[in-house]
Design a protein around this ligand. Structure first.
Ligand code: ADP
Ligand code: ASP
Ligand code: MG
Length: 815
């Protein structure tokens, strides 16, 4: 036997009730069913309203009553064919008449006691169950209606009655033993006391009715059909990202519902737990959705936190004073006073100094609580041993729940850090001894922010956004933008990195978009951009004030290099392929390094040496792990390697240089490569990163260019001098060839001294076979003393340089 319960929304109107009937037709094929139904959605609230208006002698109560009447009659009209509706309408009208008389009585005597309230409210479920059972009979002959008040016996605490378990269980099991129908419909929520008067089980109590029936019958399953697809990780109406929890333990479900997950009335779990009956939460409107299974032992899927819930309208009562310290009995008096007044305590915390006790109660009870507690402690207050009760209102409790939280460290740390980071002030904290929940009292206005941020912290992928500001969109810069565009989705999914290009600038214009520049159309956009200077670009980046901002310099411009310090001082990291900053004076190099430490920003420049090859990365790892560099030998100029590999008796030196420049293998000004300055800068950077204090002037540079080329005033003049001095280069080439040697432009660092120059290396040298525009670096260290650590590969070219910059971006993203 199965028990199904359908809530208010599920039976709100004829259309929804038809859905319920379709589900019942399907389900009853397999097993006998007890169906518990709520009042039509909103009717319980309307009944309360009409009763309250009547007590206030407000005649508009009749209007509210008429609405209630119309809703029921309309439902019958739409659900039951005319011919058969007559008797149903008659019965319902008779019941409504009874209700009307009751309301008139309230109106006359001006009183709406809890006892009367129960009577009035019971009409909701009594009417809905009757109408639904009549509609069901049209489809399933063997179906009937049973008034739950004849089965569920309670005490006389009206509006929130306590069930007498024994009698109730035997009533239910006796009834169902005799009943032979396929489906029995029962009203939820309603019950009776010994005197036969109507009582109710508390708001939301139909869930409990169903649980009582399920446990009495030892049902195979209890299904709570509602308007959401299960118990969610947080209230789906407030947290868009919440999702249904597939499985949850009885205890977790109890905690979540106790702390406000309205989808399940808290007392519902206990009876099911006792008989180990699985509870399913299902969606009437998406019956195929899996829903939530509540059962005994459940594997943890999404980490130790199972759900987050909250209770609104909380007031915090604080009893405080030196007179409480070490004196037993204060808390006993506090709680028994509250209990005598039937005030429900939602949360308790006490500081270990015993100097104060804090309890959370519902706001509606706070006035009464203040009154009775100040009375109870009047004597101590008069002696100034304790202070009058402090009441803070407009608060809420937020609770993080999970059976497994006790086995994990740092959950409360994460919870409170997350609240703190989002500026949510925590007024009080409680953690149950079972460590199944951690709860905090916060301001009512912060509920949504707190729920969303905790949900994000515990249930959502932690995606990190990097905000990039890129200067220089020549060859390398535009390829980098292409690579980013192509990889954005991959990085989002695999590294949880959201890479946003927020600012881009060329030498004339700049564009910004906080949501991320459209990388399909940046070329057109930048044409319409604002005019820029280094300073205005910097100001705009500062103004945007985005977390994880990164400034990327893809120029070879000295003025841009001078702005790095200003970025670092704003805690904005800098990535540069521009070598100028790292190869200027040692003092300014060192200042930038200091700024990174002081402002928690990074300064990465992997592409300064060997384009995309991980040379500086490897060197840093050696040093950081305690190794010491003894010597470095390297071919660090892809351009010069390309030039000397292609220069021979058939290809004139000047031609090869021109080709290298056209293909982007040289700096925009090829003199920087051919003079050896570029290589000198690179070995300088390596030496500095290896921990040596060196300046460019300390590096020996043996030039191979003729004087005229060194002195050339412009790039075009420089090309002319190369042509004019062809024989100078030819003789260098033929000398090497005669000895079967290869020309390589080599950088060396040894015992603190560095040099660069053109060398003719013989067949046995590791540089002899270095091809194309490749680079090679040999690191000799204390650990790599005999055989060097070698890094070799393409050391120039826009594609690999862009990917080296990209690697630096990803390194920062993963920090
Ligand atoms: P019914 O009328 O079917 O008993 P309720 O209104 O009592 O339905 O409960 C369902 C509602 O509970 C949902 O519509 C949702 O707004 C609310 N709710 C609050 N917290 C949760 C949660 N953690 N998971 C699912 N629903 C929740
Ligand atoms: N109709 C009652 C209420 O609205 C009981 C229930 O629906 O569970 O509280
Ligand atoms: Mg409910």
């Amino acid at each position: 036997m199965k028990v199904l319960k359908f809530g208010g929304t599920s039976v709100a109107n004829a259309e929804n009730i038809s859905k319920v009937i379709a589900i019942l037709q399907q389900e009853s094929k397999k097993e006998k069913i007890a169906v518990v139904v709520s009042a039509l959605g909103g009717i319980t609230d309307a009944l309360i309203k009409t009763g309250e208006l009547a007590t206030l002698k407000d005649e508009s109560y009749i209007e509210v009553f008429e609405n209630i009447r119309e809703r029921h009659l309309e439902t019958i009209r739409l659900l039951i064919p005319k011919g058969k509706a007559k008797t149903v309408v008659k019965t319902v009208e008779a019941k409504l008449e009874e209700l009307k008389n009751l309301l008139h009585g309230i109106y006359l005597i001006n009183e709406f006691s809890n006892k009367t309230r129960d009577k009035v409210l019971s009409f909701g479920e009594l009417l809905s169950s009757y109408i639904i059972s009549e509609a069901l009979k049209l489809k399933i002959e063997k179906s009937s209606l049973k008034d739950s008040r004849e089965l569920i016996l309670t005490d006389s605490i009206h509006t929130n009655a306590n069930v007498k378990g024994k009698e109730t269980t035997s009533n239910i099991s006796n009834f169902f033993k005799k009943n032979k129908d396929k489906i029995v419909v029962l009203p939820g929520f309603v019950s009776r006391n010994k005197a036969g008067e109507t009582t109710t089980l508390g708001r939301g109590g139909s869930d409990y009715t169903a649980a009582l029936i399920a446990s009495s019958l030892k049902a195979s399953v209890l299904e709570i059909w509602t308007d959401v697809s299960g118990m969610f990780t947080a209230n789906p109406k407030l947290v868009k990202q919440a999702f249904p929890i597939e499985e949850i333990s009885y205890q977790e479900a109890m905690e979540l519902s106790h702390f406000g997950a309205k989808v399940l009335y808290p007392p519902t779990v206990q009876p099911a737990l006792q008989q180990n009956i699985p509870i399913y939460i299902k969606n009437t409107f998406q019956p195929k959705d899996k829903g939530t299974l509540i059962s005994k032992k459940v594997a943890s899927k999404n980490g130790p936190v199972r759900g987050i819930s909250h209770i609104e309208n909380i007031a915090l009562l604080t009893l405080e004073g030196n007179g409480m310290v070490g004196v037993p009995g204060f808390s006993k008096r506090l709680f028994s006073t509250l209990s005598r007044a039937e005030i429900n305590v939602v949360l308790i915390t006490q500081a270990s100094s015993e100097h104060s006790i804090c309890v959370g109660v519902f706001s509606q009870d706070s006035k009464l609580a203040k009154h009775i507690l100040d009375n109870e402690f009047a004597y101590e207050i008069s002696l100034k041993k304790i202070k009058p009760l402090l009441v803070e209102d407009e608060l809420a409790v937020i609770a993080v729940v999970g059976d497994n939280m006790k086995n994990h460290q740092g959950i409360s740390g994460r919870m409170f850090r997350s609240l703190g980071q989002n500026n949510v002030n925590v007024r009080a904290i409680a953690q149950g001894a079972s460590e199944r929940n951690i709860s905090a009292v916060i301001a009512h206005k912060d509920i949504k922010k707190a729920l969303v941020s905790l949900h994000n912290r515990f249930f959502e992928k932690q995606i990190k956004t990097l905000n990039l500001f890129l200067v220089g969109v020549g060859n390398v810069g535009s390829i980098l933008l292409d690579q980013i565009k192509q990889q954005q989705e991959y990085l989002n999914e695999n590294l949880l990195l959201n890479i946003k290009v927020v600012g881009v600038s060329n030498s004339k214009k700049m564009i910004f978009d906080e949501e991320g520049i459209d990388l399909m159309h940046w070329q057109e956009l930048i044409k319409k951009g604002q005019p820029r200077t280094h300073q205005t670009f910097l100001e705009r980046v500062k103004e945007l004030n985005l977390s994880n901002s990164i400034f990327i310099d893809v120029t070879a411009n000295e003025e841009v290099a001078k702005t790095y310090a200003s970025y670092l001082k704003e805690s904005i990291s800098v990535i540069a392929c521009n070598k100028i900053a790292c190869s200027s004076t040692y003092k300014s190099y060192n200042e930038l390094k200091d700024l990174t430490k002081r402002y928690g920003a990074s300064f990465l420049f992997e592409t300064n040496v060997g384009a995309g090859l991980p040379i500086i990365y490897t060197l840093n790892n050696l040093i950081n792990s305690g190794d010491k560099i003894t010597s470095i030998q390297a071919v660090l100029s892809g351009s010069l390697n390309f030039i000397f590999n292609n220069f021979n008796e058939n290809n004139a030196f000047a031609e090869v240089v021109k080709q290298a420049q056209d293909e982007g293998y040289t700096e925009p000004d090829p003199r920087i490569d051919l003079s050896g300055v570029d290589v000198a800068r690179k070995i300088l950077i390596l030496a500095r990163e290896a921990g040596y204090k060196l300046d460019l002037k300390d590096i020996k540079n043996e030039a191979f260019l003729p004087k005229a080329s060194i002195q050339a005033k412009s790039v075009s003049e420089f090309h002319k001098t190369l042509k004019a001095n062809a024989s100078h280069f030819e003789s260098i080439y033929s000398d090497a060839k005669a000895k079967d040697r290869q020309l390589k432009y080599v950088a060396e660092f040894n015992k603190g001294k560095a040099s660069v120059g053109l060398k003719a290396v013989d067949k046995n040298h590791p540089f002899y076979n270095l091809e194309g525009k490749d680079n090679i670096v040999l690191f000799y260290t204390e650990r790599y003393a005999e055989q060097p650590l070698i890094i070799k590969g393409a050391g120039a070219g826009a594609e690999v340089t862009a990917s080296g910059l990209f690697a630096d971006i990803i390194t920062l993203g993963r920090n």
